[in-house]
Design a protein around this ligand. Structure first.
Ligand code: GLA
Length: 405
């Protein structure tokens, strides 16, 4: 597709992370720690969303791809109720009993693993104890879904150790419920879904209401997916995310007064919204306008990609950014600066913030011959205007989670 991962001497243009070495490392560390070979190794990727932002919790459409950054877990079944998991990223070991799964306030990363086992127990599965080592190269707190990657890989690890399997759509739903109920983040389904169901060299067109999905091939050559991390910590994201959710619900409740069949913004057309404009706060109207216009953009963008119109696709990415910036108000100075810098580079089809916002990453579609120029120009302009260094990755679209052995 897109996206031949590149190598470059410039330290800010990251080359493709080598999953093979992650597998070797995790197996070696497992052996050192537990004195035996692991019985299973599983992996789950992070994601980048090409278009369709803040639509998933409104029953809408999204268009993400799983990427070449992933979490890898090596493990063994234990014949008791103990889970002992060591993180090579945090250099910490967390141990707990499946009979008493508490939130860990100290080793917070372990809560994603705990959450999955808790949800498996609650949904009638029988996870067994396990010894495991986890590592990963999904950048943390960057909006590339490191949490979905650890959730989905943990689910696969518990399936392997407990000797049962869950369908990959159900796995995504289970992981989302785990994050909402145990970790306490009221997320939509997009991240877990694409981590569990991604297809190599494709983006996933997903209807988050029905969970019907269709892999859409990305261009085989000449187009690169470039992800730029603003390296701005995402401070406000949790509280503002929940606020946006309730503003969307407020818009629905106003419109549902006259049309009770409407249960989410997915059901509302732009014409209907405009009819009710005077009955809702200006801010609430703008939030709804973003979601409705973004759903329309996703539908159009899938058609454009399928007909090979990358220019048209890129324009919709740009429109999506402006809508997120002005109507949904989840962008920030750093994201806007990065996107505007990308818009100024020749060879850029489109660029927008990706993920929840308030920091994190942008995604750009760039003609592959222009990637070096993109890197130099965007890095220089971003540094000059914000004083921060960007980290720039050329990504490939990868398969969803799998058991490697
Ligand atoms: C986060 C959430 C997703 C989605 C995006 C915004 O990544 O986990 O469910 O809502 O934000 O599109």
């Amino acid at each position: 597709m897109v996206v031949r991962p590149r190598r470059n001497n410039n330290s800010h243009l990251e080359s493709c992370p080598k999953t093979m070495s992650q597998i070797e490392t995790v197996c070696r560390e497992f052996h050192d720690l537990f004195g035996m070979e692991p019985e299973f190794v599983v992996r789950a990727p992070g994601r980048v969303n090409l278009i369709g932002e803040h639509t998933d919790y409104n029953d809408g459409f999204v268009f993400p791809a799983a990427i070449n950054f992933e979490v890898v877990i090596a493990g063994n079944r234990r014949n008791d109720d103990q889970v002992r998991i060591h993180s090579l990223v945090f250099h910490q070991t967390s141990t707990y009993s499946l009979n008493k799964i508490d939130y860990d306030g100290e080793y917070k990363w372990s809560n994603y693993v705990r959450a999955i086992s808790d949800q498996l127990v609650k949904t009638g599965h029988s996870p067994s104890g396990m010894n495991a080592v986890v590592t990963g190269n999904v950048p943390l707190s960057s909006g590339l879904s490191s949490s979905a990657a650890i959730e989905v890989s943990s689910c696969l690890a518990f399936e392997a150790s407990g000797r049962f399997t869950i369908d990959s759509v159900d796995r995504a739903v289970l992981c989302q419920s785990a994050e909402r109920q145990f970790v306490g983040v009221n997320c939509g389904i997009m991240d877990q879904f694409v981590s569990a169901n991604g297809v190599k060299d494709h983006a996933l067109f997903l209807d988050t209401r029905s969970l019907d999905f269709r892999p859409v091939p990305l261009p085989e050559t000449g187009v690169s997916i470039v992800v730029c991390d603003t390296n701005k910590p995402r401070g406000l994201v949790d509280s503002q995310y929940n606020k946006r959710r309730s503003e969307c619900e407020e818009a629905v409740s106003v419109i549902a007064q006259t049309d009770p069949d409407i249960t989410s913004l997915r059901d509302v057309t732009m014409e209907q919204l405009v009819v009710h404009e005077g009955e809702m706060k200006r801010e609430v109207f703008r939030r709804a306008r973003h979601v409705i216009s973004e759903n329309n953009r996703v539908l159009k963008s899938v058609d454009l990609l399928e007909s090979g119109d990358i220019d048209g696709f890129g324009k919709l990415m740009n429109e999506s950014h402006v809508s997120l910036q002005k109507d949904f108000e989840v962008s920030c100075l750093e994201l806007d600066t990065m996107v505007e810098a990308a818009w100024n580079v020749s060879g850029v089809y489109g660029s927008r913030m990706t993920g929840a916002g308030f920091g994190g990453c942008t995604v750009s579609l760039v003609k592959s011959d222009f990637v070096d120029q993109f890197e130099q120009q965007v890095q220089a302009e971003y540094r000059a205007k914000t004083g921060l260094d960007a980290t720039i990755y050329v990504c490939s679209a990868e398969a969803g989670a799998s058991r490697i052995r």
